[in-house]
Design a protein around this ligand. Sequence first.
Ligand code: HEC
Ligand SMILES: [Cu+2]
Length: 358
Amino acid sequence: MSRRTFPQREERHDDTLAFICRFTDRRTGGPYAPRGRHAIFRLKLAPLSATLLLAGCSGPHNWLSGAGREAMRIEALFWPLLIGAGLIWTAVMTLAVVAYRTAEKGGTERQVRAYVVWGGVVFPAVVLTGLLATGLLTLRGIAAQPAAHTVAVDGEQWWWRVRYEGPEGPVVSANEIRLPRGETVRFELTSDDVIHSFWAPAIGGKMDLIPGRTTQLTLTPEKTGSWGGICAEFCGSAHAQMLFRLVVMEPEAYARWLADEARPAQATGPGLEVFLDEGCGACHSIRGTKAQGPVGPDLTHFAGRETLGAGIRPVSRTALRNWIRYPEAIKPGVRMPGYPDMPDARLDRLVDYLMALK
Ligand code: HEC
Ligand SMILES: [Cu+2]
């Protein structure tokens, strides 16, 4: 069989695939069989896994942060599980070795069978039953809780539509969810297109968003701060760029913020004309203006948010300019057209206006 070379691009972008091809081909003498070192040494996943591990242990996605009551309960389950699993693994392996030795040294079949039955059947069955019961109890404690208020979240390709119950009707926002500290909130989750999954590791979770259904998740944030959230179910090309922020505030600050958020847009200026002229209003709403498009994120208080593009860029003039000109370059697959030819002066006016939407 002739040796094809592994495609360069794929090699760089999909180390796992490359690894599997090389690994299986090494055994079968197939086309991707590696020269020289064993396939496993070519696996370049080590730095990646280390990064992921470290990323999980710090920063806004840290699920061991104790920033939410549900996250803490899961954490309380995690450590006994991890340590227990380690101990059990060691014990069972020891027993296996002892059983093997006993057999080798001519132990009777009864002796060997005793090790297998007690160490391999009875012990795991008892431990796993205990763990299952603990897990189910924890789950029940997390699931069934009365909530002080509700936030509706719709998954969209590839951003989050957020609706609060404002003082006078619903308040719509996007990609950022504000919550009062110490109060239990019920998320009502649904999707407009495909299945997404709502996950804010630091506070707790996760729960799928399913088209045609409403799923629920209750969370109780315990620490103020800004925490990261992600879509945890592959939902299309820009899935990895579908992030959100969970901003936990003191209850009084939250109430003030919500009242403010419920107001129509305060900004005016020539940029609004540009916005309407360019047709942005066909997709985006700015409450208090003629722009009432339901397709994209509500922009009424856009500049009051921390990020744009569903958590992938900070809200800044530069990021916003680039986003309007080349959204596809920032987020491949994005459902917003770019405006690469908009004259600078016009773009500046538009950006001035959007940055004033606090
Ligand atoms: C065809 C519909 C459509 C049009 C027209 C459109 N957008 Fe968008 N826009 C979207 C969608 C969809 C998103 C969400 C993209 C994502 O994050 O995946 C978006 C995102 C944005 C965001 C980021 C919002 C946030 O909070 O993350 C801004 C700002 C924005 N658009 C401004 C504009 C401006 C200014 C125009 C006109 C020059 C415009 N858009 C035209 C559909 C559109
Ligand atoms: Cu997704």
